[in-house]
Design a protein around this ligand. Structure first.
Ligand SMILES: Cc1ncc(COP(=O)(O)O)c(C=O)c1O
Length: 448
């Protein structure tokens, strides 16, 4: 069956195939970010509008990847971001001298994000995590970082550890190995990571107690979006906050996905747990590259260039185009007080209907969901952490992804990815998606 759908995909995407062959001569794998590649080859996009994208062969897709997170309002939305960019273009693209737009952006962030007493900008979420870790190390003068197995924090060598490790390398449950995510990551980086388990408070308590003298920070994404979508169990984040306070270890929230998505104050507002430092990216840039480290003043002070203990810099940092887009997107969020309640409740109903489509065909799935992100796991068990994902059916997932793709619904090709909805998705798109999911599942039931 997977061969049939793959063949159909190849019939529909011939122009993409030609381009793929040509680009691969110059760019390994034919893609920029490696996560965009899937077998047999990715399709190439021509344009996007709201919840829809069109590829170079003219196929239309309802998009649930949404650029992997930044597009809260959909493609080429909101119009205010496009207007702000057009206006800024005529005044210059990058200056290398401080501009004033960042003041307005910083004020808006502070008004929305509880821990954001002080803010430093950069260009990506990866950089923002790298700086947050550096700030915590400079502040505490300690070395180690505690992170959770299966949780992703961007691609810097320091934290690209134990994200999706091969299950035969993870080590015993009680003493998980820090497993580098790539060749080329020096062992010292992996050795600086203490690994704990998602949603296992007791394990976390043992690890923080054992390592308290050496820990510069506890780094956590408040929703585990590295293993699909695994929300925190009740009390998990609260206990982490309590323990980090007890031992004087700074708590960093990686809100690159949850920031401005779960609520205007991100996961820290949604779950009412305030970290010492939080990092942002994606939505904040309104579609342009951005990263931001926000934190309590006492931590952020180490980046003050008058007395620099911790360098944060870069040619494109706070460039006026990104700042103009960020300003417009934050104004849009500020002006739409029911944005999140509407988006989250519509997504919840949509997820409920998806669940029904599986249940009525006796196909076992576990759906991890919060707000406007979710992921479907093909399993009859509950998924609590990364190790549980070892028993999901990756063949079913791949067949499902491909079956939807040939019907014009684009979701994450990776079982560790997620579906994103946006304010551009309406019941027109959701109903059409449900029809296509039902159709795809009728094919899929022969796989079991
Ligand atoms: C939780 C999390 N942190 C950090 C990053 C890295 O952000 P960027 O891709 O902007 O470097 C990502 C990217 O998906 C992410 O999901």
């Amino acid at each position: 069956m997977i061969d049939d759908v793959t063949n159909k995909y190849m019939e529909k995407t011939y122009r993409s195939y030609e381009i793929y062959k040509e680009i691969s001569k110059y760019i390994p794998g034919g893609v920029g970010s490696q996560v965009r590649w899937f077998s047999p080859y990715p399709f190439y996009i021509e344009r996007g509008d709201g919840a829809w994208i069109w590829d170079v062969d003219g196929n239309a897709y309802i998009d649930y990847v949404m650029a992997w997170g930044p597009l809260l309002f959909g493609h080429a939305r909101p119009k205010s971001v496009l207007e702000a960019l057009k206006k800024q273009i005529d005044n210059g693209l990058v200056y290398g001298i401080p501009n004033t737009i960042k003041l307005e952006v910083a004020k808006l962030i502070r008004s929305m994000v509880p821990c954001a007493e002080s803010i430093k900008f950069c260009n990506t979420g990866t950089e923002a995590v790298m700086y947050a870790v550096r700030i915590a190390r400079a502040y505490t003068r300690r070395r180690k970082i505690l992170k959770f197995e299966g949780v992703f924090h961007g691609y810097s060598s320091e934290v690209w550890v134990s994200v999706t490790p091969q299950i035969d390398r993870v080590g015993p449950y009680e003493t998980p190995n820090p497993v580098p995510g790539s060749e080329g990551i020096v062992e010292d980086y992996a050795r600086s990571i203490v690994v704990s388990h998602w949603n296992d408070v007791d394990h976390f308590k043992r690890k923080i107690r054992e390592n308290r003298e050496d820990l510069a920070a506890v780094l956590i994404a408040p929703v585990n979006t590295g293993s699909g979508v695994l929300p925190p169990a009740e009390g998990f984040l609260e206990e982490i906050r309590e323990e980090t306070e007890k031992y004087g270890v700074p708590l960093i929230f990686d809100e690159v996905i949850t920031g401005f998505r779960l609520s205007k104050g991100g996961a820290q507002e949604y779950y009412r747990v305030i970290p010492d430092i939080a990092v942002y990216g994606k939505i904040l840039g309104g579609g342009l590259p951005i990263g931001a480290v926000c934190g309590k003043e006492e931590y952020m002070r180490v980046t003050d260039p008058k007395n620099p203990r911790c360098a944060v810099a870069g040619t494109f940092t706070t460039n006026p185009l990104t700042m103009a887009a960020a300003h417009a997107v934050l104004k849009e969020i500020e002006a739409n007080s029911d944005l999140y309640s509407k988006l989250n409740s519509m997504t919840e109903k949509f997820v409920g209907k998806l669940k029904d489509a599986f249940t009525s065909r006796n196909i076992n799935v576990f759906i991890g969901h919060v707000g406007s992100i979710f992921q479907i796991y093909f399993t009859d068990k509950e998924i609590r952490n990364y190790r549980d994902t070892a028993q999901i059916s990756k063949d079913m997932y791949r067949a499902f992804f491909m079956s939807l793709l040939i019907r014009g619904v684009f979701t994450s090709h990776s079982p560790y990815g997620r579906w994103y909805t946006s304010t551009s998705h309406t019941w027109r798109e959701y109903d059409e998606t449900i029809d296509k999911v039902e159709d795809a599942l009728n094919d899929l039931k022969y796989l079991r």
